[in-house]
Design a protein around this ligand. Sequence first.
Ligand SMILES: [Zn+2]
Length: 229
Amino acid sequence: MLEQLKEDVYRANLDIVRHGLVLMTFGNVSGFDRASGLMVIKPSGVSYSDMTASDMVVTDLSGTVVEGAMNPSTDTPTHLALYKAFQGIGGVVHTHSTHATAWAQAGRAIPCLGTTHADYFYGPVPVTRRLTAEETEDDYEYNTGLVIAEALAGIDPKIMPAVLVNSHAPFTWGVTPATAVHIAVILEEVARMAALSVSIAPPEEIDRHLLDRHYLRKHGNSAYYGQKK
Ligand SMILES: [Zn+2]
């Protein structure tokens, strides 16, 4: 079942390690098949070197395992909440990559300071509010997904494919697991650059006209970056 998606999710999980976004097993990637309403996700706590594509776990939207011998990632309910909240996404990545996590721990959105950021994220990368004690005690992982959706309220998840969970770490998403990994890599670099800029001098946010020029030349109806398809 969903053999191609399992292969894609497996490779995407290896890629977050290859890109240096993951220490130990602090990370997970999932993929979602809208046609069947099923998600494929990394098994919980399994080392990346021992994992194979057939170890990927298939769950339905309620988190019930449909196929797979192992338990799915403990972050499964967060991934499911995001697939429910954001129509059109097909991949979710969670890492504790150092610089993006540093902003999450500071409880600060990543300001848009330059064109590298503007090429991918149409404005500051938002940070969620903190979870309440009740939200942490009961259904913690699902509530994490809900505060992410809350932080993105009124924002198109296509133009803002990332969020920082307060006191925790980033989540990114995309049309496919591979796209979500790409965004996670860029997010970490943008977070690193922003932290360096802030350490040099208090920076001003990018000018609106430059943000628009950079974001819109790569995305949307008037995009002209790259080759004609
Ligand atoms: Zn985490």
